[in-house]
Write a protein that binds this ligand. Structure first.
Ligand code: MGD
Ligand code: MGD
Ligand code: SF4
Ligand code: MO
Length: 834
C-alpha cells in the first residue's frame, strides 16, 4: 500500500520512447472496506482537473465509498492522483446544501423549489419587460457537464437573447482558446497526451504540471526514468518539481520575472531564426506572416531578453538549442502564461515555435494549450462562454443562420451584433447597474475573482438580484438572493471533454442528498417556467434528459472541428474515452490534429477573424479575407510591453499566485477531505531566502502582504523561489475560517486588469510590500513535498498521509491510441494547401 500524500506520483513504471505507457491501477477505499464489500462500480472520470482521468466509483449501500482508475483508458492507463483518490468523493456525506434558500429580512432561509424558482422567474419577467434581455447575465463554470452548458447556451442565446454569458473559463482557459483561434483559426487542441510517450524534448511554459496534472506528470516521469529520456525545459519563476526534473534531465530551468514571458518567447524565436533552425519549406507551404514575425523578434537578442526577464543569456541559448535541435518536441502552456501580461501574444509564440519547425500533428510533436478545469473544453465548445456553439464565428452571418435553423428560431434572436460579453465586462455591467440579474452556477467568485473587495461590493448591491447554484454554502452564496442546491459529480449523468479532446461519460452513482437537483434539471425548469418556444411553438430547448441533450449537441457539432456525431452514450460506456473529431470519417476518434498542415483558417470555417495581439483590436472580415489564409496557419507577432503593475518603492515585490497539489480552487471539496485538508490546512506566504533575510523574517513568522487593493496575513514559508517574487496559494477563502476576516484570500491583492485579446485576468502580477507582524516558533502550514518545500528542510516535519492506496502494476495491454487523422475534419478541400 502506498501513501499518496507523501508519494504524490506513485510507483514508477518506466518505458522506452515509442512504447506504450504501462498500466498501473490505483485504488482507494474507505477504511475497513475491501473490493468484495463494494456493491457496484460506476463508470466516470475525475473532475478535479482537466486531465480527465477515467475512474470507477465504488458504491455501497447507496453511498460513494471509493474510487479506482480505469486500466483500459487512453488518458490515465489506470492511475489517479491525490485529488482524484481523496478529494473526488470523500466530501459526500458532509455539509451539503439540501434545500433551496431565499433571502427574507436579510437572512437566507430554507424554502421549497417552487417558491425559489417562482421568485427567479418573476424577477426575470419583470426585468425583461422593463429593460429587455440585456438585464440578464450568466456567469457559469468549467465544472458542469456538456449537456448542462449546451442547455444554458440555448436558453441564453435563443430563449432570452442575451450576449451576457461567460464561464469562469475566462479566468482559466480563455487564453488557450484565443491562442488557438489566432494561430490555427479555431479552438481545438492539436496535440495528444500520447505525444509524451514519443517526444525527445518537453517544454513546460508556466505550467506546474507536477502539482496541477499529477497523472500527466507521472507519465512524464515514466519517460524520464526510461532508457531514452526526453530533455525538459521549465519556464517558471519558482523552483517547482518540474524545474528540478528539467535540470536533472539535462535541460534548463528559466525563471523569468513574472510578466515578462513575451520577451522570453520572442528571444527563443529569434534564436531559432538566426541559428537556422527553421523548416522553410513547411513555413512557406503552411503558414503566413514569417517576415513580420522575423522583424518583430529582431531586437530580442539573448542579452536583451536576459535584461528584461532577469535570467542568464546562456540559459536562453541552451533552451533554444533544445527546441531547435530535438527531432520531436512537445510543449504545454498554462497559467504562468495565460494569467500573465500579454497572455495570448506569448502563448501564440509557443504555437509559432512549432510552426517554424513544422513540428505539429506528428507523434511526439504536439502543442498542448492546456485547460485547467475538468470541463472547460465543453464550456467553450457549447458556447456557454463568450463564444458560439460548435466553434462558430459570431461575425459570420452564415454561422448564425446555421444555429437559427438548428434551433428553429429567428436569427435576430441570437445576439451577434458584437462579440459576446466576456466575464470581466459582465461584472462591470453588474457594477454599473445595467445587468440586474446575475445567475452564478458552479463557481465561487467571492474567492476566485481578482480584487475581492470590489467583487464583494458588487455582489452586495441592493439592485442586483443574485442567483447562486452550488452544492455547498460558499462565500458567494452568502450574497445570494436565491441559492439553488445542485447535485454534484457522481449524483448526476453527463459527458465531458479533457485537454486532449477525449470525451468521457460520467454515470450517476448515487442519489443527490436532500432536494438537490442536477444543473440540467434546474436550467430546464427555468426554461419551462419562462415558456421559451421555437418558431413552431415547441418548447425550447426540447430535450428532457442528459442523453437527449447529448444527441441534440451532436447535431450542433456536425461538420465542425469538434464533431461529436460518431459518439453516443453507448459507445462511451464500458470502454476508453474517445477523442473528437469522431464521425464517419474518423469513427475511432482522432489522436492529433493538423498532420497534413491544413488548418481551419478558411474564412468560411474559422471561429474568429482574429485580433491584434498587442491591442486586442478586432480584425474585420474584409481584412481577414484579404490575407487569404485559406488553410494556412498564422504566425502572429507582437512586441513586449511592460506589465501594467511593476514593483516600485512602496510595493517592491511581484506577487504571483497559484496552486498547491493538495487543493482544488476554493476547496469546497478538497477542504472537506480529511487527508487533503491535513496536508495543507491553512494559507501561507512564500518568500525567497534572500528576501526573507533582508526583511528579518523567519520560517513561520506571521507576515502581512499588502497591495494597493487589500491585504493578506499568513505565516511565511522561506522557500525556493526567485528573489523579488512572493507566491500565495489562492485556495483559501473564508467558509471554514471561523470568522469573516477578509485577510486570507490571495485575491484580496490582485488587480482588475486583463489580457487585451483573451480578456483573461492577470492573477500572476501584483505589486506588493511584505512586513513582519510577529515571530513564531512554528513552521508555516505549507506542504514540504512540492514547490513550496522549505529552503532549509531540517526541523520541518514532512507532509504525509497514510498507506491506504493500492497500486497494481499488471502486464495488461495498455489501451491503443486512436488513429491519427490524415486531414482535419472541417476544412473544405478547395482550401487545402500542400
Ligand atoms: N492541485 C491542483 N491542481 C489543479 C487545480 C487546483 O486548483 N489544484 N486547478 C486546475 C485548474 S482550473 C487550472 S487552470 C490548472 C492550473 O495549473 P498551473 O498553471 O500549472 O498552476 P498555477 O499554480 O496557477 O501556475 C503555474 C505556475 O505559473 C508560475 N508563474 C507565475 N507567474 C509566472 C509568469 O509570469 N511566467 C511564467 N512563465 N510562470 C509564472 C507559477 O510559479 C506556477 O508554478 O490546474 C488544474 N489542476
Ligand atoms: N489569485 C488567483 N485567482 C484565481 C486563479 C489563480 O491562479 N490565482 N485561478 C483562476 C482559475 S484558473 C480558476 S479555474 C478559478 C476557479 O475558481 P472557482 O470556479 O470559483 O473555484 P471552485 O472552488 O472550483 O468553484 C466551483 C464551485 O462549483 C461548485 N460545484 C462543483 N461541482 C458542481 C456542479 O456539478 N454543479 C454546481 N452547481 N456546482 C458545482 C463547487 O462546490 C464550487 O463552489 O479561479 C481563478 N482564480
Ligand atoms: S490528475 Fe486531475 S483528473 Fe487525474 S486524478 Fe488527479 S485531479 Fe483527477
Ligand atoms: Mo482554471
Amino acid at each position: 500500500m502506498a501513501d499518496r500524500i507523501l508519494d504524490i506520483w506513485g510507483a514508477r513504471t518506466p518505458h522506452a520512447k515509442d512504447t506504450p505507457w504501462p498500466v498501473r491501477v490505483d485504488l482507494h477505499l474507505e477504511a475497513g472496506l475491501t473490493e468484495s464489500d463494494v456493491d457496484r462500480w460506476v463508470q466516470s472520470a475525475c473532475v478535479l482537473c482537466s486531465n480527465g482521468c477515467a475512474c470507477d466509483i465504488a458504491v455501497k449501500d447507496g453511498r460513494m465509498v471509493g474510487i479506482r482508475g480505469r486500466a483500459g483508458d487512453v488518458v490515465n492507463h489506470g492511475r489517479l492522483g491525490p485529488k482524484g483518490l481523496y478529494g473526488s468523493w470523500q466530501w459526500s456525506r458532509t455539509d451539503r446544501l439540501l434545500r433551496p434558500l431565499v433571502r427574507r429580512g436579510g437572512e437566507l432561509v430554507e424554502t421549497d423549489w417552487d417558491t425559489a424558482m417562482s421568485l427567479i422567474v418573476r424577477r426575470s419577467r419583470e426585468l425583461l419587460d422593463e429593460t429587455g434581455p440585456l438585464s440578464h447575465g450568466f456567469y457559469t463554470s468549467g465544472q458542469l457537464f456538456l449537456e448542462e452548458y449546451y442547455t444554458l447556451a440555448v436558453i441564453g442565446k435563443a430563449g432570452l437573447g442575451t450576449p451576457h454569458m461567460d464561464g469562469n473559463t475566462r479566468l482559466c482557459t480563455a487564453t488557450a482558446a484565443a491562442a488557438m483561434k489566432e494561430s490555427f483559426g479555431s479552438d481545438g487542441q492539436p496535440g495528444s497526451y500520447t505525444d509524451i510517450d514519443s517526444c525527445d524534448a518537453l517544454f513546460l511554459f508556466g505550467h506546474n504540471m507536477a502539482e496541477t496534472q499529477t497523472v500527466l506528470w507521472t507519465r512524464v516521469l515514466d519517460r524520464v526514468h526510461g532508457p531514452d529520456r526526453p530533455v525538459i525545459v521549465a519556464v517558471d519563476p519558482r523552483r517547482t518539481k518540474v524545474a528540478d526534473v528539467a535540470v536533472e534531465s539535462g535541460g534548463v530551468h528559466l525563471a523569468p520575472l513574472p510578466g515578462t514571458n513575451l520577451a522570453l518567447l520572442n528571444g527563443l524565436i529569434r534564436e531559432l531564426i538566426t541559428r537556422g533552425w527553421v523548416d522553410h519549406d513547411y513555413v512557406t507551404a503552411h503558414t503566413l506572416g514569417f517576415d513580420e514575425l522575423a522583424t518583430t523578434v529582431e531586437p530580442y537578442t539573448p542579452e536583451e531578453v536576459a535584461r528584461i526577464c532577469r535570467i542568464d543569456a546562456d540559459d536562453l541559448r541552451r533552451a533554444a538549442e533544445v527546441f531547435g535541435t530535438s527531432d520531436r518536441v512537445l510543449s504545454t502552456v498554462l497559467q504562468g502564461f495565460y494569467q500573465s501580461p500579454q497572455a495570448t501574444a506569448a502563448s501564440c509564440q509557443v504555437n509559432n515555435l512549432h510552426l517554424l519547425r513544422g513540428l505539429i500533428g506528428e507523434p511526439g510533436c504536439g502543442v498542448l494549450q492546456m485547460n485547467g478545469q475538468p470541463t472547460a473544453q465543453n464550456t467553450r465548445e457549447t458556447g456557454a462562454d463568450g463564444d458560439l456553439p460548435g466553434f462558430r464565428n459570431w461575425d459570420n452571418p452564415e454561422h448564425i443562420r446555421e444555429l437559427a435553423e438548428l434551433w428553429n428560431v429567428d436569427p435576430l434572436t441570437i445576439p451577434h451584433w458584437a462579440a459576446p460579453t466576456h466575464a470581466m465586462q459582465i461584472w462591470r455591467y453588474a457594477e454599473q447597474g445595467s445587468i440586474r440579474l446575475l445567475w452564478i452556477s458552479a463557481t465561487n467568485p467571492a474567492v476566485s475573482l481578482p480584487e475581492l473587495p470590489r467583487i464583494r461590493d458588487i455582489l452586495a448591491k441592493e439592485e442586483l438580484f443574485v442567483v447562486v447554484q452550488d452544492g455547498f454554502r460558499t462565500e458567494t452564496a452568502e450574497y445570494a438572493d436565491v441559492v439553488l442546491p445542485a447535485a454534484l459529480w457522481g449524483e448526476k449523468q453527463g459527458t465531458f471533454t479533457n485537454v486532449d479532446r477525449t470525451v468521457h461519460l460520467s454515470d450517476k452513482a448515487v442519489e443527490p442528498p436532500g432536494e438537490a437537483r442536477s444543473d440540467l434539471d434546474i436550467f430546464l425548469d427555468y426554461a419551462r417556467r419562462m415558456d421559451f418556444r421555437d418558431r413552431d411553438g415547441a418548447p425550447l430547448p426540447p430535450w428532457r434528459t442528459p442523453e437527449e441533450a447529448f444527441e441534440a449537441w451532436k447535431e450542433c457539432s456536425r461538420g465542425r472541428l469538434c464533431d461529436y456525431t460518431g459518439l453516443s452514450y453507448d459507445r462511451l460506456r464500458g470502454r476508453s474515452g474517445i477523442p473528437w473529431p469522431c464521425n464517419d470519417e474518423h469513427p475511432e476518434g482522432s489522436d492529433r490534429l493538423y498532420a497534413d498542415g491544413v488548418f481551419p483558417t478558411h474564412p468560411d470555417v474559422c471561429e474568429s477573424y482574429g485580433r491584434d495581439l498587442l491591442t486586442g483590436g478586432l480584425v474585420s472580415p474584409e481584412q481577414y479575407k484579404a490575407m487569404r489564409p485559406d488553410g494556412r496557419a498564422l504566425l502572429k507577432a507582437a512586441e513586449y510591453v511592460a506589465s501594467p503593475e511593476e514593483p516600485d518603492e512602496d510595493f517592491p515585490f511581484v506577487c504571483t499566485t497559484g496552486r498547491t497539489v493538495y487543493h482544488f480552487h476554493t476547496r469546497t471539496k478538497t477542504g472537506r477531505s480529511p487527508r487533503l485538508r491535513r496536508a495543507a490546512p491553512e494559507p501561507w506566504v512564500e518568500l525567497s531566502a534572500h528576501d526573507a533575510a533582508m526583511l528579518g523574517i523567519g520560517e513561520g513568522d506571521l507576515v502581512r502582504v499588502e497591495s494597493p487593493r487589500g491585504r493578506v496575513e499568513a505565516p511565511a514559508r522561506i522557500g525556493r523561489g526567485r528573489d523579488g517574487v512572493v507566491f500565495l496559494p489562492f485556495h483559501y477563502g473564508y467558509w471554514d475560517s471561523g470568522s469573516q476576516r477578509h485577510t486570507r484570500a490571495a485575491n484580496e491583492l490582485t488587480l482588475t486588469e486583463w489580457d487585451p485579446v483573451s480578456k483573461q485576468p492577470l492573477y500572476k502580477v501584483s505589486a506588493v510590500r511584505v512586513t513582519k507582524l510577529a515571530a513564531s516558533g512554528q513552521p508555516a502550514p505549507a506542504p514540504t513535498t512540492v514547490a513550496s518545500a522549505p529552503h532549509v528542510p531540517e526541523g520541518i516535519p514532512t507532509t504525509t498521509g497514510d498507506d491506504d492506496v493500492r497500486e497494481t502494476t499488471t502486464a495488461a495491454e495498455p489501451p491503443p491510441p486512436p488513429p491519427t487523422p490524415v486531414r482535419t475534419a472541417n476544412v473544405p478541400h478547395t482550401a487545402s494547401k500542400g
